[in-house]
Write a protein that binds this ligand. Structure first.
Ligand code: FAD
Length: 305
């Protein structure tokens, strides 16, 4: 605990809000997860850089948390420090056809800023409930678009402790993958280049249409973390799951959604074990029936990972 106390003290000294044993279920869309040993609400870039540096030097486990919409935390919690990039780190600037947003800004607020300024290109992302940092990290995408298509560059705190600009071509962006998944860099902000030739009405119509499709197809009435599995090339995870007869399959309080088999939902009170067991069983049965392995898209964080 000594190291945790030191980093908490440093965070306070740097003016950041600190709490202990903070329930991660309150910070994830799955509504699952026990306490984080230390939870720091980040509001300042320099403080974040200092804190990450200190955590590395003292070999303290840490994680960057955005909107928690692609994460499943252990019921035991996280045995380390959570640096939360949320509304206190969410400035959005628009300059001509470029939007630059701090990593904690919600993707939805960036989409709204684009609409306000009649900038097109981010309509696909309207409805993805992640942060800018999480969306870059995951190369989030939907309805034929992905972050890769509009991202110019990011300001990144890299493994060496330096703050650098990383350009799109160097981010290895592909289906739900970015170079940031290979290391421990922190995305501080991102710049998106958009198209200024469309009207506000066209942009708004597309955004509303896609939001409507989400509401119709996705089990948004239950806590979940989006598509549980990645799409195996040439297949749809939901279809494979249905073909294995697993629509509605339930373990404890976790269920393969009856509305969309690609989503695992929390019926209320689901545990980490319920979800991980259900995921393993789905993977086993789909592999046996179709030969396809369903890789998890949701990131699973055990207490001591
Ligand atoms: C209802 C619903 C619908 C969804 N629909 C889609 C969809 O259409 N398309 C899609 O791609 N995804 C979708 N998702 C999944 C999720 O919203 C995206 O993956 C999103 O990009 C995750 O962002 P986040 O801020 O929530 O990341 P988190 O879940 O907080 O974190 C995810 C990972 O990113 C890392 N990370 C976060 N911020 C940073 C940062 N600043 N620097 C470095 N690493 C960071 C975290 O450490 C973690 O490893 C959906 C989820 C839900 C619940």
């Amino acid at each position: 605990m000594h190291d945790f106390e030191n980093i908490a003290a440093l965070a306070r000294l740097l003016g950041q809000e600190v709490s202990f044993d903070t329930p991660l279920c309150d910070y994830t869309t799955f509504k699952i997860g026990g306490g984080a040993k230390v939870f720091v609400e980040i509001s300042d870039k320099r403080a974040l850089c200092e804190l990450v540096k200190s955590a590395k030097e003292n070999r303290i486990r840490y994680i960057i948390l955005g909107k928690g919409s692609n994460l499943l935390f252990d019921d035991l919690g996280f045995n380390g420090v959570v640096f939360h990039l949320g509304s206190s780190f969410s400035k959005v600037d628009v300059s001509e056809n470029t939007i630059t947003a701090q990593a904690g800004a919600s993707l939805i607020s960036v989409c709204r800023a684009a609409l306000e300024n009649s900038l097109s290109g981010l309509e696909f992302a309207y409805g993805i409930p992640g942060s800018v940092g999480g969306a870059v990290y995951m190369n989030a995408g939907a309805y034929g678009g992905e972050i890769k298509d509009v991202l110019v560059s990011c300001e990144v705190l890299c493994d060496s402790g330096k703050t650098v600009t990383v350009f799109n071509k160097d981010m290895e962006l592909s289906y739900r993958h970015s170079v940031f998944q290979n290391g421990s860099s922190v995305i501080l902000s991102a710049s998106f280049k958009l198209d200024n030739t469309k009207s506000k009405e066209e942009i708004s119509a597309r955004m509303n249409d896609l939001m409507g499709r989400r509401k119709e197809k996705q089990p948004l009435e239950f806590p979940n973390a989006g598509s549980t599995f990645k799409r195996p090339e040439g297949f749809f995870a939901g279809k494979l799951i249905e073909e294995s007869g697993l629509k509605g399959y339930t373990v404890g309080r976790a269920q393969v959604s009856k509305k969309h088999s690609g989503f695992v939902i929390n019926l209320g009170g689901a545990t980490f074990k319920d979800v991980t067991q259900l995921i393993s069983e789905v993977q086993k049965r789909v592999k046996a029936d179709s030969g396809q392995f369903l890789e998890c898209e949701v990131l699973i964080k055990r207490f001591d990972d």
